[in-house]
Design a binder for this molecule. Structure first.
Ligand SMILES: [Zn+2]
Length: 165
């Protein structure tokens, strides 16, 4: 798996929080280049650990042991510092604002390969592979209804939807 490094200044220490969650997003911008540029812009104060282009290229912006700034105000299962506990992956997609469209197979294949790889390094339970809209339902709708949760679930990389909470 090739990973293209594109370091972002937007991160801080995890301060001892254990990594045990994985949060999936879409970029919600017109292009992947635009999203990458924004996440590497210090003034934007946003980032993610990884961004996956529509053609399957994987970019790494923040090292896994650092706390990337992707989830914002969010909570799950009694936790409020989702950024502290998670690895954030952005999928390039214009999103509901700019022309939401299906995620290409090659992009989802790269995502699944990356999740499997991350799971070799961290103890992340299948039920803790979540979407941004799960942890911030009032504010966020990514990755959205076209995200193929069932394809991930077939490989035991996420739970099938709808979630039974
Ligand atoms: Zn998001």
């Amino acid at each position: 798996m090739d990973i293209i490094k594109s370091p972002s200044p937007n991160f801080n220490e995890r301060d001892g929080a254990q990594i045990d969650m994985l949060i999936i997003h879409y970029t919600g911008m017109k292009t992947g280049e635009e999203a990458l540029e924004r996440m590497c812009d210090e003034a934007a104060k946003v980032s993610a650990h990884y961004m996956i282009e529509e053609d399957g290229r994987i970019f790494q912006l923040v090292e896994e042991d650092m706390r990337a700034w992707h989830a914002g105000v969010s909570s799950w299962d009694g936790r409020s510092d989702i950024n502290g506990h998670s690895i954030g992956i952005e999928l390039v997609n214009p999103g509901h604002e700019w022309g939401y469209k299906p995620f290409p197979d090659v992009q989802i294949e790269a995502l699944m390969e990356l999740i499997e790889d991350i799971k070799t390094r961290h103890d992340i339970k299948t039920e803790y592979v979540l979407g941004h809209s799960d942890v911030a339902p009032e504010r966020k709708q990514d990755p959205g209804e076209l995200f193929p949760w069932d394809v991930l679930a077939q490989k035991n990389l996420a739970l099938p939807r709808p979630l039974k909470v």
